[in-house]
Design a binder for this molecule. Structure first.
Ligand code: FES
Ligand code: FE2
Length: 401
Protein backbone atom coordinates (compact mmCIF):
# COMPACT_ATOMS: atom_id res chain seq x y z
CA UNK A 1 0.00 0.00 0.00
CA UNK A 2 1.40 3.42 -0.93
CA UNK A 3 1.68 6.17 1.66
CA UNK A 4 -1.13 8.05 -0.06
CA UNK A 5 -3.44 5.05 0.27
CA UNK A 6 -2.47 4.56 3.89
CA UNK A 7 -3.41 8.16 4.67
CA UNK A 8 -6.54 7.92 2.68
CA UNK A 9 -7.57 4.83 4.62
CA UNK A 10 -7.34 6.96 7.75
CA UNK A 11 -9.50 9.68 6.32
CA UNK A 12 -7.01 12.17 4.87
CA UNK A 13 -8.11 14.38 2.00
CA UNK A 14 -8.83 12.09 -0.97
CA UNK A 15 -6.51 12.57 -3.96
CA UNK A 16 -9.60 12.88 -6.19
CA UNK A 17 -10.99 15.87 -4.26
CA UNK A 18 -10.52 18.99 -6.39
CA UNK A 19 -10.57 22.46 -4.85
CA UNK A 20 -12.97 23.80 -7.48
CA UNK A 21 -15.55 21.13 -6.60
CA UNK A 22 -15.83 22.59 -3.09
CA UNK A 23 -17.34 25.81 -4.38
CA UNK A 24 -20.91 26.38 -3.24
CA UNK A 25 -23.17 27.90 -5.91
CA UNK A 26 -26.81 29.00 -5.62
CA UNK A 27 -29.41 26.29 -6.18
CA UNK A 28 -30.51 27.65 -9.56
CA UNK A 29 -27.02 27.53 -11.07
CA UNK A 30 -25.40 24.72 -9.07
CA UNK A 31 -24.22 21.35 -10.30
CA UNK A 32 -24.49 18.25 -8.14
CA UNK A 33 -21.33 16.87 -6.51
CA UNK A 34 -19.07 14.74 -8.76
CA UNK A 35 -19.71 11.02 -9.08
CA UNK A 36 -16.24 10.18 -7.72
CA UNK A 37 -17.44 11.41 -4.30
CA UNK A 38 -19.87 8.46 -4.26
CA UNK A 39 -17.60 5.70 -5.50
CA UNK A 40 -14.02 6.33 -4.37
CA UNK A 41 -12.78 4.51 -1.21
CA UNK A 42 -10.81 7.65 -0.30
CA UNK A 43 -14.09 9.56 0.06
CA UNK A 44 -15.54 6.71 2.10
CA UNK A 45 -12.76 7.14 4.69
CA UNK A 46 -12.87 10.94 4.47
CA UNK A 47 -16.64 11.03 5.05
CA UNK A 48 -16.16 9.02 8.21
CA UNK A 49 -13.54 11.27 9.81
CA UNK A 50 -14.49 14.65 8.34
CA UNK A 51 -18.25 14.31 8.60
CA UNK A 52 -19.67 11.41 10.62
CA UNK A 53 -17.21 11.44 13.54
CA UNK A 54 -17.77 15.19 13.82
CA UNK A 55 -21.49 14.96 14.38
CA UNK A 56 -24.03 13.71 16.91
CA UNK A 57 -25.00 10.16 16.10
CA UNK A 58 -28.40 8.79 17.15
CA UNK A 59 -28.09 5.60 19.22
CA UNK A 60 -31.62 4.70 20.37
CA UNK A 61 -34.33 5.54 22.89
CA UNK A 62 -33.07 7.41 25.97
CA UNK A 63 -35.65 5.47 28.02
CA UNK A 64 -33.33 2.46 27.85
CA UNK A 65 -30.75 4.20 30.02
CA UNK A 66 -33.13 5.78 32.52
CA UNK A 67 -32.08 3.65 35.52
CA UNK A 68 -28.60 3.39 37.11
CA UNK A 69 -26.77 0.37 35.67
CA UNK A 70 -28.61 0.27 32.34
CA UNK A 71 -26.77 0.43 29.02
CA UNK A 72 -27.32 0.66 25.26
CA UNK A 73 -24.77 -0.38 22.66
CA UNK A 74 -24.56 0.31 18.94
CA UNK A 75 -22.16 1.06 16.07
CA UNK A 76 -21.93 4.67 14.97
CA UNK A 77 -19.56 6.25 12.46
CA UNK A 78 -17.88 2.85 12.17
CA UNK A 79 -17.19 2.56 15.89
CA UNK A 80 -18.67 0.31 18.59
CA UNK A 81 -20.09 2.48 21.38
CA UNK A 82 -21.86 1.91 24.68
CA UNK A 83 -23.89 4.42 26.69
CA UNK A 84 -24.52 3.75 30.40
CA UNK A 85 -26.28 5.36 33.35
CA UNK A 86 -23.69 5.06 36.10
CA UNK A 87 -24.42 4.34 39.78
CA UNK A 88 -24.49 8.07 40.55
CA UNK A 89 -27.16 8.58 37.90
CA UNK A 90 -24.87 10.25 35.42
CA UNK A 91 -25.23 9.40 31.73
CA UNK A 92 -21.90 8.40 30.17
CA UNK A 93 -20.71 6.89 26.91
CA UNK A 94 -17.57 5.06 25.86
CA UNK A 95 -16.10 3.24 22.94
CA UNK A 96 -17.30 -0.33 23.47
CA UNK A 97 -13.69 -1.46 23.22
CA UNK A 98 -11.62 -3.13 25.93
CA UNK A 99 -8.11 -1.77 26.48
CA UNK A 100 -6.59 -5.25 26.70
CA UNK A 101 -6.86 -6.44 23.12
CA UNK A 102 -9.92 -4.69 21.76
CA UNK A 103 -12.69 -7.01 22.90
CA UNK A 104 -16.31 -5.91 23.34
CA UNK A 105 -17.61 -4.92 26.78
CA UNK A 106 -21.22 -5.59 25.88
CA UNK A 107 -22.61 -7.50 22.94
CA UNK A 108 -26.31 -7.10 23.75
CA UNK A 109 -28.04 -4.04 22.25
CA UNK A 110 -29.29 -3.04 25.71
CA UNK A 111 -29.48 -4.33 29.26
CA UNK A 112 -28.39 -3.76 32.84
CA UNK A 113 -25.05 -4.42 34.53
CA UNK A 114 -23.28 -3.41 37.74
CA UNK A 115 -19.93 -3.47 35.93
CA UNK A 116 -18.88 -3.65 32.30
CA UNK A 117 -17.08 -6.96 31.80
CA UNK A 118 -15.13 -7.58 28.61
CA UNK A 119 -16.55 -10.58 26.78
CA UNK A 120 -13.09 -11.79 25.70
CA UNK A 121 -10.90 -12.35 28.82
CA UNK A 122 -13.04 -10.81 31.51
CA UNK A 123 -11.44 -7.48 32.42
CA UNK A 124 -13.99 -5.46 34.37
CA UNK A 125 -14.63 -1.72 34.28
CA UNK A 126 -16.70 0.46 36.59
CA UNK A 127 -19.61 2.28 34.97
CA UNK A 128 -17.52 5.47 35.10
CA UNK A 129 -15.01 3.75 32.80
CA UNK A 130 -12.25 2.99 35.32
CA UNK A 131 -10.55 -0.36 34.94
CA UNK A 132 -11.06 -2.47 38.06
CA UNK A 133 -10.64 -6.22 37.63
CA UNK A 134 -7.68 -7.67 35.71
CA UNK A 135 -7.54 -11.46 36.12
CA UNK A 136 -4.19 -13.27 35.95
CA UNK A 137 -2.10 -10.15 35.45
CA UNK A 138 0.08 -10.36 38.60
CA UNK A 139 3.31 -11.02 36.77
CA UNK A 140 2.82 -8.39 34.08
CA UNK A 141 5.31 -5.61 34.83
CA UNK A 142 5.05 -1.83 34.48
CA UNK A 143 1.25 -2.10 34.27
CA UNK A 144 -0.88 0.53 35.99
CA UNK A 145 -4.58 -0.09 35.58
CA UNK A 146 -5.22 3.66 35.81
CA UNK A 147 -3.69 3.92 32.33
CA UNK A 148 -6.23 1.51 30.89
CA UNK A 149 -9.62 3.09 31.57
CA UNK A 150 -12.23 3.18 28.80
CA UNK A 151 -12.12 5.98 26.26
CA UNK A 152 -15.05 8.26 27.00
CA UNK A 153 -17.13 10.03 24.35
CA UNK A 154 -19.84 12.68 24.58
CA UNK A 155 -23.46 11.75 25.22
CA UNK A 156 -26.67 13.79 25.26
CA UNK A 157 -30.40 13.44 24.74
CA UNK A 158 -32.99 15.32 22.74
CA UNK A 159 -36.73 14.73 23.18
CA UNK A 160 -36.29 11.16 24.36
CA UNK A 161 -33.61 10.24 21.81
CA UNK A 162 -30.08 9.27 22.85
CA UNK A 163 -27.06 10.58 20.95
CA UNK A 164 -23.28 10.23 21.20
CA UNK A 165 -20.49 12.23 19.60
CA UNK A 166 -16.98 10.90 18.96
CA UNK A 167 -15.35 14.33 18.54
CA UNK A 168 -17.30 16.74 20.72
CA UNK A 169 -14.56 19.40 20.62
CA UNK A 170 -15.14 19.75 16.90
CA UNK A 171 -18.95 19.49 16.94
CA UNK A 172 -21.58 22.03 18.06
CA UNK A 173 -23.74 21.02 21.06
CA UNK A 174 -26.72 18.78 20.27
CA UNK A 175 -29.15 21.41 21.56
CA UNK A 176 -27.78 23.92 19.04
CA UNK A 177 -28.07 21.41 16.17
CA UNK A 178 -31.67 20.46 16.98
CA UNK A 179 -32.76 23.96 17.99
CA UNK A 180 -36.10 25.00 16.52
CA UNK A 181 -37.46 21.58 15.55
CA UNK A 182 -39.74 21.18 18.56
CA UNK A 183 -40.87 24.80 18.29
CA UNK A 184 -41.55 24.47 14.56
CA UNK A 185 -44.00 21.60 14.94
CA UNK A 186 -45.56 22.80 18.22
CA UNK A 187 -48.11 25.20 16.69
CA UNK A 188 -49.72 22.26 14.89
CA UNK A 189 -49.68 20.14 18.00
CA UNK A 190 -53.37 19.71 18.75
CA UNK A 191 -54.68 17.34 21.35
CA UNK A 192 -57.09 14.93 19.69
CA UNK A 193 -60.73 15.49 20.53
CA UNK A 194 -62.26 12.50 18.81
CA UNK A 195 -62.38 9.69 19.63
CA UNK A 196 -61.93 10.04 23.37
CA UNK A 197 -58.26 10.85 23.93
CA UNK A 198 -56.35 8.54 26.24
CA UNK A 199 -53.43 10.96 26.50
CA UNK A 200 -55.04 14.21 27.57
CA UNK A 201 -52.54 17.01 27.38
CA UNK A 202 -50.25 15.26 24.93
CA UNK A 203 -50.03 16.42 21.37
CA UNK A 204 -50.03 14.52 18.12
CA UNK A 205 -46.52 15.76 17.34
CA UNK A 206 -45.09 15.70 20.88
CA UNK A 207 -42.39 13.17 20.05
CA UNK A 208 -40.89 13.30 23.56
CA UNK A 209 -44.08 11.62 24.83
CA UNK A 210 -43.92 8.75 22.31
CA UNK A 211 -42.78 5.24 23.28
CA UNK A 212 -40.14 3.19 21.49
CA UNK A 213 -41.59 0.22 19.62
CA UNK A 214 -39.21 -1.47 17.20
CA UNK A 215 -36.11 -1.32 15.01
CA UNK A 216 -35.74 -2.48 11.41
CA UNK A 217 -32.41 -2.41 9.53
CA UNK A 218 -31.99 -2.36 5.77
CA UNK A 219 -28.87 -3.08 3.69
CA UNK A 220 -28.49 -0.89 0.62
CA UNK A 221 -25.90 -1.43 -2.10
CA UNK A 222 -25.30 2.31 -2.55
CA UNK A 223 -23.07 4.97 -1.04
CA UNK A 224 -24.63 6.56 2.06
CA UNK A 225 -24.85 9.93 0.26
CA UNK A 226 -26.96 8.39 -2.51
CA UNK A 227 -29.48 7.36 0.14
CA UNK A 228 -29.42 10.81 1.77
CA UNK A 229 -29.79 12.62 -1.57
CA UNK A 230 -32.78 10.43 -2.40
CA UNK A 231 -34.42 11.13 0.95
CA UNK A 232 -34.08 14.85 0.48
CA UNK A 233 -36.22 15.37 -2.57
CA UNK A 234 -39.85 14.90 -3.40
CA UNK A 235 -39.05 14.89 -7.11
CA UNK A 236 -39.02 11.09 -7.25
CA UNK A 237 -42.31 10.56 -5.40
CA UNK A 238 -44.69 10.31 -8.39
CA UNK A 239 -42.62 7.68 -10.22
CA UNK A 240 -41.00 5.73 -7.39
CA UNK A 241 -43.72 5.91 -4.70
CA UNK A 242 -47.14 6.19 -6.35
CA UNK A 243 -48.84 4.74 -3.26
CA UNK A 244 -47.19 7.27 -0.91
CA UNK A 245 -48.03 10.00 -3.38
CA UNK A 246 -51.70 9.11 -3.06
CA UNK A 247 -51.57 9.69 0.70
CA UNK A 248 -49.70 13.00 0.69
CA UNK A 249 -51.09 16.20 -0.76
CA UNK A 250 -48.16 16.65 -3.14
CA UNK A 251 -49.34 20.13 -4.19
CA UNK A 252 -48.58 21.32 -0.62
CA UNK A 253 -45.07 19.78 -0.52
CA UNK A 254 -42.44 22.33 0.60
CA UNK A 255 -38.76 22.14 1.52
CA UNK A 256 -37.30 24.58 4.06
CA UNK A 257 -33.62 24.77 4.98
CA UNK A 258 -32.02 25.75 8.28
CA UNK A 259 -28.51 25.87 9.75
CA UNK A 260 -28.10 22.16 10.53
CA UNK A 261 -31.17 20.56 9.04
CA UNK A 262 -33.78 20.78 6.37
CA UNK A 263 -37.50 20.10 6.54
CA UNK A 264 -39.78 18.68 3.89
CA UNK A 265 -43.41 18.90 4.83
CA UNK A 266 -46.74 18.21 3.27
CA UNK A 267 -50.38 17.93 4.22
CA UNK A 268 -51.72 14.43 4.57
CA UNK A 269 -54.81 13.89 2.46
CA UNK A 270 -57.73 13.17 4.79
CA UNK A 271 -58.51 9.47 4.52
CA UNK A 272 -62.13 8.67 3.74
CA UNK A 273 -62.42 6.61 6.94
CA UNK A 274 -60.16 8.83 9.06
CA UNK A 275 -61.41 10.13 12.37
CA UNK A 276 -58.26 12.16 13.08
CA UNK A 277 -58.11 15.96 13.03
CA UNK A 278 -58.20 17.67 9.65
CA UNK A 279 -55.10 19.11 7.93
CA UNK A 280 -52.63 16.77 9.55
CA UNK A 281 -49.04 17.25 8.54
CA UNK A 282 -46.17 14.96 7.61
CA UNK A 283 -42.79 16.39 8.65
CA UNK A 284 -39.60 14.92 7.22
CA UNK A 285 -36.59 16.38 9.02
CA UNK A 286 -33.09 15.66 7.80
CA UNK A 287 -30.43 16.54 10.37
CA UNK A 288 -26.92 16.71 8.91
CA UNK A 289 -25.19 14.44 8.17
CA UNK A 290 -27.17 11.14 8.42
CA UNK A 291 -30.27 11.46 10.60
CA UNK A 292 -33.91 11.58 9.56
CA UNK A 293 -36.94 12.26 11.76
CA UNK A 294 -40.13 11.29 9.99
CA UNK A 295 -42.98 12.69 12.04
CA UNK A 296 -46.64 11.93 11.49
CA UNK A 297 -49.49 12.41 13.96
CA UNK A 298 -48.72 10.05 16.83
CA UNK A 299 -45.66 8.54 15.16
CA UNK A 300 -41.94 9.23 14.97
CA UNK A 301 -39.72 7.16 12.71
CA UNK A 302 -35.99 7.80 13.17
CA UNK A 303 -33.60 6.78 10.38
CA UNK A 304 -29.83 6.66 10.70
CA UNK A 305 -27.79 6.04 7.55
CA UNK A 306 -24.57 4.13 8.27
CA UNK A 307 -21.61 3.71 5.98
CA UNK A 308 -20.68 0.13 5.13
CA UNK A 309 -18.34 0.58 2.14
CA UNK A 310 -17.88 3.14 -0.62
CA UNK A 311 -20.76 1.48 -2.48
CA UNK A 312 -22.86 0.21 0.44
CA UNK A 313 -24.72 1.55 3.45
CA UNK A 314 -27.27 0.31 5.95
CA UNK A 315 -30.21 2.22 7.32
CA UNK A 316 -31.69 1.88 10.79
CA UNK A 317 -35.42 2.54 11.20
CA UNK A 318 -36.57 3.07 14.79
CA UNK A 319 -40.30 3.43 15.44
CA UNK A 320 -41.89 5.44 18.25
CA UNK A 321 -45.63 5.81 18.80
CA UNK A 322 -47.88 8.01 20.86
CA UNK A 323 -50.77 6.44 22.69
CA UNK A 324 -53.32 8.23 20.57
CA UNK A 325 -56.23 6.37 19.02
CA UNK A 326 -56.85 6.52 15.31
CA UNK A 327 -53.46 7.95 14.32
CA UNK A 328 -50.08 6.86 13.15
CA UNK A 329 -48.64 5.78 9.86
CA UNK A 330 -48.88 6.99 6.31
CA UNK A 331 -50.86 3.86 5.57
CA UNK A 332 -53.03 4.02 8.67
CA UNK A 333 -56.47 5.50 8.87
CA UNK A 334 -59.53 5.22 11.02
CA UNK A 335 -59.72 3.93 14.53
CA UNK A 336 -57.22 1.18 15.32
CA UNK A 337 -55.48 -0.22 18.31
CA UNK A 338 -51.89 0.84 18.82
CA UNK A 339 -50.69 -2.62 17.80
CA UNK A 340 -52.75 -2.55 14.60
CA UNK A 341 -51.57 0.86 13.51
CA UNK A 342 -47.97 -0.05 14.35
CA UNK A 343 -48.16 -3.15 12.18
CA UNK A 344 -49.82 -1.25 9.32
CA UNK A 345 -47.29 1.56 9.57
CA UNK A 346 -44.26 -0.76 9.53
CA UNK A 347 -45.62 -2.75 6.61
CA UNK A 348 -46.27 0.40 4.61
CA UNK A 349 -42.83 1.86 5.47
CA UNK A 350 -41.24 -1.41 4.43
CA UNK A 351 -42.85 -1.16 0.99
CA UNK A 352 -41.72 2.46 0.54
CA UNK A 353 -38.22 1.53 1.70
CA UNK A 354 -38.02 -1.33 -0.83
CA UNK A 355 -38.81 1.19 -3.56
CA UNK A 356 -36.10 3.55 -2.31
CA UNK A 357 -33.50 0.79 -1.95
CA UNK A 358 -34.15 -0.39 -5.48
CA UNK A 359 -33.80 3.06 -7.06
CA UNK A 360 -30.70 3.94 -4.93
CA UNK A 361 -28.95 0.75 -6.06
CA UNK A 362 -29.66 1.63 -9.69
CA UNK A 363 -28.36 5.16 -9.13
CA UNK A 364 -25.14 3.82 -7.56
CA UNK A 365 -24.51 1.76 -10.72
CA UNK A 366 -25.22 4.86 -12.80
CA UNK A 367 -22.75 6.93 -10.78
CA UNK A 368 -20.13 4.21 -11.27
CA UNK A 369 -20.72 4.15 -15.03
CA UNK A 370 -18.70 5.97 -17.69
CA UNK A 371 -21.73 8.04 -18.60
CA UNK A 372 -22.16 10.30 -15.60
CA UNK A 373 -20.23 12.87 -13.61
CA UNK A 374 -22.38 15.78 -12.40
CA UNK A 375 -26.02 16.77 -12.87
CA UNK A 376 -28.31 19.72 -12.01
CA UNK A 377 -31.09 20.44 -9.49
CA UNK A 378 -34.83 21.05 -9.79
CA UNK A 379 -35.23 24.43 -8.11
CA UNK A 380 -38.71 23.53 -6.84
CA UNK A 381 -38.11 19.99 -5.62
CA UNK A 382 -34.41 19.40 -4.96
CA UNK A 383 -33.48 22.26 -2.63
CA UNK A 384 -32.88 19.79 0.19
CA UNK A 385 -30.29 17.87 -1.84
CA UNK A 386 -28.48 21.11 -2.71
CA UNK A 387 -28.50 22.12 0.97
CA UNK A 388 -27.04 18.75 2.05
CA UNK A 389 -24.32 18.87 -0.58
CA UNK A 390 -23.40 22.43 0.44
CA UNK A 391 -23.12 21.31 4.09
CA UNK A 392 -20.97 18.40 3.01
CA UNK A 393 -18.62 20.75 1.16
CA UNK A 394 -18.44 22.95 4.25
CA UNK A 395 -17.60 19.94 6.44
CA UNK A 396 -14.83 18.90 4.02
CA UNK A 397 -13.41 22.44 3.99
CA UNK A 398 -13.43 22.59 7.80
CA UNK A 399 -10.90 19.79 8.07
CA UNK A 400 -8.67 20.83 5.21
CA UNK A 401 -5.58 22.94 5.79
S1 FES B 1 -9.79 -8.01 25.23
FE1 FES B 1 -10.88 -7.48 26.95
S2 FES B 1 -10.16 -8.75 28.49
FE2 FES B 1 -8.99 -9.28 26.76
FE1 FE2 C 1 -38.20 7.79 -1.57
Amino acid sequence: MSTANLHSAHGARPAALRQEDLQISPLATSHTIPSVWYVDPGFHAFDRTAVLERSWQYVGPASRVAEPGTFVSDFVAGNPVVAVRDQQGQLRAFYNVCKHRGGPLVTAPCGAARMLQCQYHGWTYRLDGMLRGVPRFDRTELFDRRDYGLTEIAVDTWDGLLFVCLRPDETPPLSAIMGGIRERIAPTNPVPVSPTPTTTGRGLYDVASFSYAARDTYDVKANWKVYVDNYLEGYHLPLVHPELCDLLDFSSYVTETFDWYSLQHSHIKPASNSSGPASEQAYYYFVFPNLMLNILPGRLQVNRVDQVAADACSVVFDYYYGDIPGTGGEGAGGERTTAERMAADRTFSDRVQAEDVDICEHVQRGLQSNAYDRGRFSYDLEGGVHHFQAMLKRAYKNVMP
